[in-house]
Design a protein around this ligand. Structure first.
Ligand SMILES: Cc1ncc(COP(=O)(O)O)c(C=O)c1O
Length: 392
């Protein structure tokens, strides 16, 4: 399982690199650079330095005692990625990729963003390394994540609102790929999740795996064993794979929570595994929400970071071989979990992370007090306050 992907970037039937001829040499150069950086001590030490002193790692493991008591079953821990610099797990990947951009001699950074957390993290590292930065963001997301748009601008990035399609993450990614094709000489594309053409899915997974490695080390010291169940939300799937991958060979149950939006039966959701079929988008073969003619359907989620009609190819592989369980929760269930986390733990979670917590709220009461569930608190919810105020 740990030998995947193969040389073509395939996880079984999924992944690969379906890009135009213009981008192919860049993708291959990036893969070579990543392979050499991975085993280069100076790259690893620099990454370690920024993980510790810039992001603030390791992030804490927190026993959510009041939620545990409230649900009355399994013991629930949070991995506090919300406490990272910039407020989410996204920065783990951005630091890694900007160091690769530097290694490749690029000086212009582009990225797509949905909730804006990846955009903010990208703008942050671009500022830190003195690089120009352009962020593509769907117009719908620009409107619902205003604070993050302002943060990106403060950090010196140009934010380009994308009006095509539904104006969400898929459309932003289309636009970023278009920019890349036209600016291959000086531009590095920092993709924000475990999607896109090879080597992005594996590279992003590796940069995010620090989450799971830290969990392993800490929970064994506290509890003397690994968690029984790991739970994380799935937009493209990067925080989930970051948590799961370092324990994928262990006897640990893993649950990825997709956005069921207004309910799977309504068709208004973003559950690509639960409700999609295989197809090709953004350079890789993956599960996608499509209509009968193979056209990509618009996803719906209350949470901008979950609002993507695809999912990372490695998740498709684990879905098919049943190593990871994939489930969904609705917008309303996520909202309830959001509120519960605020008033019981004093933690305002990102709406994305609230999806993971919502599923935990369903299963924890039925489990024994000896069962340990670890939830990835992928980000903080300051960005979501205006959406929440419309629903409460
Ligand atoms: C806080 C937070 N969690 C989760 C996600 C979903 O992304 P992924 O599935 O790649 O972790 C996002 C995406 O923007 C996010 O901002």
């Amino acid at each position: 399982m740990n030998n995947l992907p193969n040389d073509e970037g395939l996880f079984g039937d999924f992944g690969g690199r379906f890009v135009s001829e213009t981008l192919m040499p860049l993708i291959i150069e990036l893969e070579k650079t990543y392979q050499s950086a991975k085993v280069d001590n100076s790259f690893r030490n620099e990454l370690l330095y920024y993980q510790k002193n810039y992001i603030g790692r390791p992030s804490p493991l927190y026993l959510a005692d009041r939620i545990t008591q409230n649900l009355g079953g399994a013991k629930i821990y949070f991995k506090r990625e919300d406490l990272n610099h910039t407020g989410a797990h996204k920065i783990n990947n951005c630091i890694g990729q900007i160091l690769l951009a530097k290694r490749l001699g690029k000086n212009r950074i582009i990225a797509e963003t949905g909730a804006g957390m990846h955009g903010v993290a990208t703008a942050t590292v671009a500022a830190r390394f003195g690089m120009r930065c352009v962020i593509y963001m769907g117009l719908t997301d620009v409107k619902r994540q205003k604070t993050n748009v302002y943060r990106m601008k403060l950090l010196g990035a140009k934010v380009v609102p994308v009006t095509s399609g539904k104006g969400t993450l898929k459309d932003a990614m289309n636009e970023a790929l278009r920019d890349w094709v036209n600016n291959i000489e000086n531009t590095f594309y920092i993709i924000g999740t475990v999607a896109g053409p090879h080597p992005y899915p594996v590279m992003v997974r590796d940069f995010q795996s620090i989450i799971g490695y830290e969990v392993r080390e800490k929970i064994i010291k506290i509890e003397g064993k690994l968690p029984d169940i790991l739970v994380a939300c799935i937009g493209g799937g990067s925080n989930a794979l970051g948590l799961f991958y370092p324990m994928i060979k262990e006897n640990v149950r893993m649950i990825g929570v997709e956005s069921g939006g207004k309910g799977i039966e309504t068709g208004k959701h973003a559950a690509s595994l639960t409700g999609g079929v295989p197809g090709i988008l953004h350079g890789n073969r993956t599960y996608l929400l499509q209509n009968q003619d193979g056209q990509i359907k618009d996803a719906h989620s209350i949470s901008a970071g979950m609002d993507y009609p695809g999912v990372g190819p490695e998740h498709c592989y684990y879905y098919k071989c049943k190593r990871i369980d994939y489930v969904s929760v609705t917008d309303n269930e996520a909202l309830d979990a959001f509120k519960k986390c605020c008033y019981l733990e004093g933690i305002i979670p990102a709406l994305e992370s609230a999806h993971a917590l919502a599923y935990v709220s369903k299963i924890a009461p039925r489990l024994s007090k000896k069962t340990i569930i670890l939830v990835n608190m992928s980000g903080r919810g300051d960005k979501d306050i205006s959406i929440i105020s419309e629903h409460c």
